[in-house]
Design a protein. Structure first.
Ligand code: GDP
Ligand code: MG
Length: 163
């Protein structure tokens, strides 16, 4: 089967923009799962000819307002469990927020291959957000701009290496 790639992170970091970018013109919505993860979207994508299944999570927005770790587990847990690779997206402009750190701590325990994606990095040469993100202990962040299509081919290279 095609490897599954889950795109995770707190609201507004650019997950859906990255999802659409990676799915590109080949986007084909195959499922809108009902229930807890109402907004979860899946698409087939082809990354340099390799067929993958992309999962865009919207879990943090959708989750019931109980404890933060509980919310994260409930909302993105299934997507992460089923994923072969997790793209953990952060917002370089906003920097790391407590939600990012909680999610990172949870991801470290989940024992899945993770690529930290420092989105909204257009026009920057790394910067403090990337350093901060490195300290999450999930490997070297890949700086991209999903909106401006910068760094995306590097990201695809890293994804293919990780699969
Ligand atoms: P999600 O909630 O994580 O799915 O985030 P969205 O993909 O909906 O994007 C949230 C906002 O960030 C939107 O206004 C996007 O246009 C914007 N955005 C996404 N990617 C980038 C980027 O690379 N640079 C900048 N400056 N804005 C971006
Ligand atoms: Mg979204």
């Amino acid at each position: 089967r095609a490897p599954r790639i889950a795109i995770c992170g707190r609201p507004n970091v650019g997950k859906s923009t990255l999802f659409n970018r990676l799915a590109g013109k080949r986007i084909a919505l195959v499922a809108d799962e009902p229930g807890v993860t109402r907004d979860r979207k899946e698409a087939w994508g082809e990354l340099y000819g390799r067929r993958v299944q992309l999962v865009d999570t919207a879990g943090l927005e959708e989750a019931p307002p109980d404890s933060l770790p509980g919310r994260m587990r409930a909302s993105t847990g299934t997507a992460v469990d089923q994923a072969d690779l997790v793209l953990f997206v952060i917002d370089s402009r906003a920097g790391l927020l407590p939600e990012d750190r909680h999610f990172a701590a949870w991801l470290r325990r989940a024992n899945k291959p993770v690529i930290v994606v420092a989105n909204k990095s257009e026009g920057r040469g790394g910067g403090s957000a990337a350093l901060e993100a490195y300290a999450l202990g999930l490997g070297e962040p890949v700086a991209i701009s999903a909106e401006h299509n910068e760094g995306v081919s590097d990201l695809i290279d890293q994804i293919l290496d990780a699969l």
